[in-house]
Ligand binder design. Sequence first.
Ligand SMILES: C=C1C[C@]23C[C@@]1(O)CC[C@H]2[C@]1(C)CCC[C@@](C)(C(=O)O)[C@H]1[C@@H]3C(=O)O
Ligand code: AKG
Ligand code: FE2
Length: 392
Amino acid sequence: MEYSSPTSLLLCPPIDLIQNVEKDAGSDSSSFVFDSTHHRNQASIPRQFVWPASERSGASNELQAPVVDLDGFFRGDRASTELAAELVRSACTDHGFFQVVNHGVSPSLVADALATAEEFFKLPLVHKLRACRKPRSMWGYTGAHSDRFSSKLPWKETLSFANDGMASQSVIPDYLIANLGTEFHRMGKVYERYCKAMEDLSLSIMELIGISLGVDRSHFREFFSDGSSIMRCNNYPQCQEPELTLGTGPHCDPTSITILLQQGDVDGLEVFTGGGWRLVRPMSGAFVVNIGDTFMALSNGRYKSCLHRAVVNRIRERRSLAFFLCPREDRVVRPPGCLVEQGEARKYPDFTWAELFDFTQTQYRADTRTLQTFAQWLLSSNTSSSRRLCSG
Ligand SMILES: C=C1C[C@]23C[C@@]1(O)CC[C@H]2[C@]1(C)CCC[C@@](C)(C(=O)O)[C@H]1[C@@H]3C(=O)O
Ligand SMILES: O=C(O)CCC(=O)C(=O)O
Ligand SMILES: [Fe+2]
């Protein structure tokens, strides 16, 4: 999937639903550019980075996200697979966050991916901007998303690649070479391998999730096998006023599942569960996995897409690598029959990933209520809304 301008049927939403995409061409902040080396040395942060107090209250305690050992599942051991599926089921019905260990991704690949991200983010801004993200594309560098938004800017830089199973065709190295120069070939190769490893791991996790839901174990693996995922490197620079801002604002991932690598020992990821924000500490050798909105819809609401955010700090910069698994753009997201009990209503209408992705890029800045607002919007803007809710 190219993640460029879609020819969507969603171009005329009811005006009251377009709430939080506030970047207006020609606004006074349209020329604002986040240069972390400059901005982090000022006395205070620019006002565009200040978030409302209600969205940045501190974390109260830790969330011990269940640790799922994948070794027995990979070996085909029945008892270990059942145990792993049970852990996944309870985590996903509760808050949607768990961690995986013995996942088969080589530690040296992980180290290489983090090291190359560090090399990239340490480049001078003018250099990074050569790979800057074009409007409505999923490829490239952004500083604080200031090209898209003018307030509540996140204190972060990102580098993203779309990953539609074409990794083996050198698209990532080719993109980096074309935009940054031939010396980025190696970085491209590292991300090509990392994306392939994430693709394989995400499909295995989908199989385990299928088992945990009592669905044919190959159902979700197949559904996502020709998916078009997104790989994103996040860099959160040190911040002189961390209590005023956020690295990534409160949101539920619109995607299906996210496999997140938290770098080293710098805290930042927080999940809202049990009435408060709770820190998920980085665990060496583990990936954090969370359910996103698209999977919540696919499971007819059984598995939760939970609110989370990333905070920043004064002392240490932080990096994370997020792999967002998405279905092929035109696949209809509809729960399998066995997840809609007889007489039970469908919780969400049918949609395609292209529609939801487009919504987050052009209509609605992903936040705490993305799926709810999107579903409402689809049903009110489309005449065939009854077709979108049938359970067949
Ligand atoms: C489909 C997507 C939109 C965002 C990237 C992603 O691939 C998955 C998560 C979304 C995001 C990270 C949620 C928080 C707000 C956001 C604007 C961000 O801070 O990056 C979101 C991404 C986006 O680019 O719209
Ligand atoms: O960096 C993190 O820990 C979380 C980032 C995140 O939630 C996201 O990119 O969707
Ligand atoms: Fe997220």
